[in-house]
Ligand binder design. Structure first.
Ligand SMILES: [Zn+2]
Ligand SMILES: [Zn+2]
Length: 250
């Protein structure tokens, strides 16, 4: 009998270290500007590009958080969303778009740490995470979880919740239906695709509680809207949302 190949599963800390070391030893190019990386604190992205992330500043819409608005934006004034407030850390463009792509689609789990640090250092002024009873990530279906190996929103939510000393609930809001990736669809199709995708397990835990829902990117809002609708079916006291990134197109 021949020798079987041995598969080595490095613990994630070692894997992260090796990713950083590889970048250090073999100078690669920045994924955003194409310059040599040099000694970058964040893998794949140079220090200059990392500095370029555009954090959102008030004024913003009281409800949906879209910047450049005092009070309510037109959309929220005519047809307010069902969350109390949605806040976002930074614009979904260039560097942050690339970082989220590396994290989510290229499965570079090392970005969880860097993005959590970024969020915790730039939490919007009117989003006090410590005041919520629970932090809940937008779930992904178990099929996607198997493909990717992690839920990016869960890793972000865990880092945000830990810094604020709030418990994170990962098995309460769940994805009951597998859907095609929202990023592959247009606005109307996204809404159709996500309807009925969520379920709330153990509703007693969140009844009457203040919830902060976390997601990585806010684009058309279809996913958030559907998750919030599902959460309201079990009567929490309040639902707010915090996302890492957002696009500005309506
Ligand atoms: Zn760069
Ligand atoms: Zn608004």
């Amino acid at each position: 009998m021949g020798t079987k190949p041995v598969s080595i599963q490095l613990p994630s800390v070692l894997r992260e270290m090796s990713e950083t070391a590889i970048v250090f030893l073999y100078p690669a190019k920045c994924r955003v500007c194409d310059d040599l990386l040099g000694v970058a604190r964040v893998p794949y992205i140079c220090a200059d590009c990392w500095q370029d992330i555009q954090f959102l500043e008030p004024p913003w819409c009281d409800i949906c958080g879209i910047p450049g608005v005092n009070g309510l934006c037109d959309a929220c004034a005519t047809s307010p969303p069902r969350y109390g407030q949605l806040r976002t850390v930074a614009l979904y463009q260039t560097t942050l778009q690339q970082a989220i792509h590396l994290f989510k689609f290229e499965k570079r789990k090392v970005f969880a740490r860097h993005l959590v640090q970024l969020i915790n250092a730039h939490i919007p002024v009117d989003c006090d995470v410590a005041t919520y009873d629970f932090v809940l990530p937008i779930p992904i279906h178990k099929k996607r979880l198997r493909e990717r190996g992690f839920n990016q929103a869960t890793l972000l939510a865990a880092g945000i919740a830990e810094a604020a000393g709030v418990p994170v609930l990962t098995n309460t809001l769940v994805r009951k239906r597998h859907t095609v990736a929202q990023s592959s669809l247009d606005r109307e199709a996204r809404q159709q695709n996500i309807v009925g995708a969520f379920d709330v397990l153990a509703p007693d835990i969140i009844r009457g509680k203040r919830l902060l829902v976390i997601d990585d990117v806010f684009t058309t809002g279809a996913t958030i809207r559907e998750a919030v609708n599902e959460l309201w079916t079990v009567d929490p006291a309040e639902i707010d949302v915090l996302t890492l990134a957002r696009t500005l197109s309506p």
